[in-house]
Design a protein around this ligand. Structure first.
Ligand code: G3I
Ligand code: 9MR
Ligand code: ZN
Length: 527
C-alpha cells in the first residue's frame, strides 16, 4: 500500500517550512491534530496538480504554522498521516548514524563487538595486493568499503572526503559530533579521525616513484553476501588512471589544511603527495577514461571527461599553496569554460568553491563569472522545483538519483550562502525532505529512519547480519532499470517510482560512501 500523505518522516524543526503532498483522493481541507486529538491547525489544500515524473495528481497542504515541539497527525479526506515529530533535535540521531556509517565501513581492521554490535567483524582484506599484471605485492590496507560491495576505489573516495570536509568546515554540529570510534577522546575531532582513516589508505594507493595513483583495489569479481573477512580471493590493484590521480591530488591538497593544527607532519605528507600527483598528470593521457582490464569486473568508475578533475586539482592546489602555476592552470581551464558538478564523475564545483575561497590573488572577473554560473544553475533548479508538486529539482532519475538530488540541494545551499537569497535555502530544504519521505514512493530513503524505510538494502554486511545497518542512504529511483529486479518490478512505472526495496536491486537499493557523504554535506544546513 502506497503512502497517501507524503512528508519528511523523520520530522521537522519548529521553525521549518512544512509541506505535505496528498494523493490518491480528492481533498479540500486538512487539519493537524496533536496527540490528544486537539486540532491545532486547519487549512485548505491547494491543487490538484499533475506530476508527470510520478504519474500522479497531487494536492498540497502547508502546515508550517505547527511550530510547538510535539507529535502531530495530519488529517485530510479519509486519510490520517503517521505521527509527525516537531522538535529542535529531530535530526540528531540521523546525523550520528549516517556519519558513523563510515566507521562500520572500515576495511583492514577488526570492528569489535562493543563498537560494531551486529556489524562487528574480524579484520578483512589485510593481505598484500597484487599490482595488476605483475608479481609485485604491496600493502594497501585500510580505507572504507565503497558500498554494498567491498571494493575500494580512489575517485569516489576523493569525492567522499571532499564532501565530508566541506560539511565539517561549515557545520559546528559535525565538528562536535562524537562518533564512538577507537580514536574518540583524542585531540583530533572524531570526524577528522574518521576521514584520516580513508586518507591513510589513499596515500598507499599512490605509486611512490611516479606519483601516479592506482584506480582501485578489489578482487577480480564481486563476492557473495558475506561479511568482509570472508572475501578472501586475491586482492588486485588496477592500473593507474587520470581520474584517480587528479581527484587524489585535489582531495589531499584540500585535506592538508584541516590537519595542520593537529598533526603538522601528516598535513605536510598530504600536501606533498598531492603536489606529486598533480605533477604526474602532465605525463598521463587516457582518452575514454579508465576501463576495467578484461579479467576484472568490479565497479569501473570510468570517466571519459578529465577536464573537471584537472580543474578541481588545480584550484585545490592553488588554495592550499598559492603557487602561480596552479592558478594559471585553473584560470586557463575556467576561462575556456566554467564547469560545475559534485558527483563521482563531475567534480568541478569543488574547484569553483576552492578558487572562490582561496586566500591568494584572483582574477576578479573570473570570480564574478563563477558566481554568476552558480546562481544561474541554482535558478534553473528552482524552476524545475516550482513545476514539481514534491518541489523536487531533479529532471532525470538515473542510477544514484538520490545523490544527484542531494547535490542539487547542496548547490542551492551554496547559492544561498553566496547571495543570501532565501528562495535557494527553502528549495535546498525541500530536497532534504524529499530524501526523508516527501517523494512519490513514500520511502524515507535512509535505513532505520522514518516509518517506511528500506529494509533490504544491497549491502553485504546487512545481509550477513540479517538486519539493515541504520543510517544508509540508498540510491533511489533509476528509470534506466539497470538490474533484473528493477526490470521485474519497475517496468512501465513512472521515472520517480522506479525504486524497489529488494536485495537484488543494486541499481536502486544499494548504498555507497559518497551517497552518505552527499547527505551529510546537505545536512550542513543544520549548522
Ligand atoms: O551520465 C549518463 C547520462 O548522461 C545519461 O542520460 C544516463 C541515462 O541512463 O546515464 C548516465 O550514466 C549513468 C551513470 O551511472 C550516471 O551516474 C549510467 O547509465 C549508469 O550505469 C552509471 O551507474 C554507475 C554504476 O556504478 C554503474 O557503473 C553509478 O553512477 C555508480 O554509482 C555505480 O557505482 C557502483 C560501483 O560501480 C561498485 N560499487 C557500488 C557502486 C554503487 O552502485
Ligand atoms: O553487488 C554488486 C554491486 O556492488 C554493484 O554496484 C553492481 C554493479 O556493478 O554489481 C553487483 O554485483 C552483482 C553483479 O553485477 C551481477 N551478479 C550479481 C551481483 C550481486 O547482485
Ligand atoms: Zn575489507
Amino acid at each position: 500500500m502506497e503512502e497517501r500523505i507524503l512528508m519528511n518522516q523523520v520530522g521537522y524543526r519548529p521553525g521549518d517550512v512544512k509541506h505535505a503532498v496528498l494523493k490518491d483522493g480528492v481533498y479540500d481541507t486538512f487539519k493537524v491534530v496533536d496527540e490528544a486529538g486537539k486540532t491545532v491547525l486547519e487549512g485548505k489544500v491547494t491543487g490538484p496538480v499533475h506530476n508527470e515524473n510520478a504519474g500522479e495528481d497531487n494536492y498540497l497542504a502547508d502546515f508550517s504554522k505547527v511550530s510547538e515541539p510535539g507529535k502531530y497527525y495530519l488529517i485530510a479526506g479519509d486519510v490520517k498521516s503517521e505521527a509527525i515529530c516537531v522538535g529542535e533535535n529531530v535530526y540528531q540521531d540521523l546525523l550520528y548514524d549516517i556519519t558513523r556509517f563510515f566507521y562500520l565501513q572500515r576495511c583492514g581492521c577488526e570492528i569489535p563487538a562493543e563498537l560494531g554490535g551486529k556489524f562487528a567483524h574480524k579484520s578483512c582484506h589485510d593481505t598484500k595486493a597484487r599490482i595488476y599484471g605483475t608479481d609485485t605485492f604491496i600493502d594497501v590496507n585500510g580505507g572504507w568499503h565503497d558500498a554494498g560491495d567491498y571494493g575500494r576505489y580512489v575517485a569516489p573516495a576523493a569525492m567522499t572526503v571532499a564532501q565530508l570536509l566541506l560539511a565539517y568546515q561549515n557545520s559546528e554540529k559535525l565538528r562536535k559530533l562524537e562518533l564512538n570510534i577507537p580514536e574518540s577522546g583524542r585531540a583530533l575531532p572524531d570526524v577528522l579521525s574518521e576521514i584520516k582513516y580513508e586518507l591513510d589508505w589513499m596515500l598507499k594507493m599512490q605509486d611512490r616513484v611516479t606519483g601516479q595513483v592506482y584506480h582501485k583495489v578489489t578482487c577480480a569479481s564481486f563476492p557473495g553476501f558475506v561479511m568482509p573477512e570472508y572475501e578472501t580471493e586475491e586482492l588486485i590493484i588496477s592500473p593507474v588512471s587520470v581520474t584517480a590521480t587528479a581527484t587524489f591530488a585535489a582531495s589531499l591538497a584540500m585535506a592538508s589544511s584541516f590537519y595542520e593544527d593537529y598533526n603538522e607532519a601528516f598535513s605536510k605528507t598530504l600536501l606533498d603527495a598531492a603536489k606529486k600527483a598533480y605533477g604526474a598528470l602532465a605525463g598521463m593521457s587516457m582518452p575514454g577514461g579508465f576501463k576495467n582490464p578484461s579479467d576484472i569486473v568490479t565497479g569501473e568508475y570510468g570517466d571519459p571527461v578529465d577536464r573537471d578533475e584537472l580543474y578541481w586539482a588545480a584550484a585545490a592546489l592553488y588554495q592550499a599553496t598559492g603557487m602561480e602555476q596552479y592558478r594559471k592552470d585553473f584560470e586557463a581551464l575556467a576561462k575556456e569554460q566554467i564547469m560545475h558538478g559534485y558527483g563521482w564523475e563531475d567534480v568541478a564545483t569543488y574547484g569553483n568553491l576552492a578558487y572562490l575561497s582561496a586566500q591568494y590573488p584572483k582574477d576578479e572577473a573570473l570570480v564574478e563569472a563563477i558566481k554568476k554560473d552558480m546562481t544561474a544553475l541554482a535558478d534553473k533548479y528552482l524552476e524545475i522545483g516550482k513545476k514539481d508538486s514534491y518541489e523536487c529539482c531533479l529532471d532525470e532519475y538515473k542510477w544514484g538519483s538520490n545523490l544527484y538530488l542531494a547535490e542539487i540541494g547542496s548547490h542551492l545551499y551554496d547559492a544561498y550562502a553566496l547571495t543570501g537569497n532565501e528562495e535557494y535555502l527553502k528549495a535546498a530544504w525541500e530536497q532534504f525532505h524529499y530524501l526523508m519521505g516527501k517523494n512519490p514512493t513514500g520511502y524515507c530513503y535512509v535505513t532505520g529512519y522514518g516509518y517506511k524505510a528500506p529494509v533490504y538494502p544491497h549491502h553485504r554486511p546487512s545481509v550477513a547480519a540479517d538486519s539493515p545497518m541504520p543510517g544508509m542512504l540508498v540510491g533511489g529511483p533509476d528509470c534506466g532499470l539497470h538490474d533484473p529486479d528493477a526490470v521485474e518490478h519497475c517496468t512501465g512505472k513512472p521515472a520517480a517510482k522506479c525504486y524497489i526495496d529488494v536485495l537484488g536491486s543494486y541499481s536502486t537499493n544499494e548504498v555507497t560512501i559518497y551517497w552518505n557523504s552527499a547527505l551529510i554535506y546537505l545536512m550542513l544546513m543544520l549548522k
